[in-house]
Ligand binder design. Structure first.
Ligand SMILES: [Fe+2]
Ligand SMILES: [Fe+2]
Length: 184
């Protein structure tokens, strides 16, 4: 990945990092709202949860957009991928969506962020690095709840459909076969 300490001391490296995360948050807004809109007939709490997640993701995006502006950039200045958009397009069933988006992709984000923070904390202290660390720490704290909500609703829809939650592994294998290559 582009993330090494040398890169992060330069403004361009910081912009690339923040832009990549801002794009994840931007995609997460779409995914949370799509999840609330697309799947019908679920308890009101389901819709409340995903609208609240959408609200968090908007706030996360704006915090990152603020950091980009501090660095003299803005969202849209760096090329982005459509992997998260595609994940939404592929998972048009609520069981698959809950498995793939909050329970796999967002959970992976929880695993990746502490490593990014560790690298940032090793850098020579500067105001911009301190600010980036604060924003990413806030996002990390709040993302825990998103994964938890995904877990609750994944279990709920599995129960409703009379399928085992072990289906999670089959779904992830279907969409991300490579993720199993490194699994012990
Ligand atoms: Fe977020
Ligand atoms: Fe999230």
């Amino acid at each position: 990945m582009f993330l090494n300490e040398k890169n992060l001391t330069a403004v361009d490296g910081q912009i690339n990092l923040i832009h990549a995360i801002a794009h994840i948050e931007y995609s997460a807004i779409d995914l949370a709202l799509d999840g609330a809109y697309r799947f019908r007939g679920l308890p009101k709490a389901y819709y409340d949860d995903w609208l609240a997640v959408g609200d968090d993701e908007i706030r996360h995006f704006l915090m990152l957009e603020g950091l980009l502006q501090d660095l003299g950039s803005s969202y849209g200045s760096v090329a982005v991928h459509d992997a998260l958009f595609e994940a939404g397009q592929k998972t048009l069933d609520v069981v698959e969506r809950m498995a793939v988006v909050p329970r796999y992709l967002e959970a992976n984000g929880l695993d990746a962020t502490p490593m990014i923070l560790k690298k940032l904390k090793k850098l020579p202290k500067s105001e911009s690095i301190e600010k980036i660390i604060r924003v990413l720490s806030t996002i990390l704290d709040e993302e825990v709840e998103h994964v938890y909500k995904g877990d609750v609703w994944f279990s709920y829809v599995c129960e409703q459909k009379g399928v085992s939650t072990d289906l999670f592994f089959e779904i992830i294998k279907k969409y991300y076969p490579r993720s199993f290559l490194t699994t012990k």
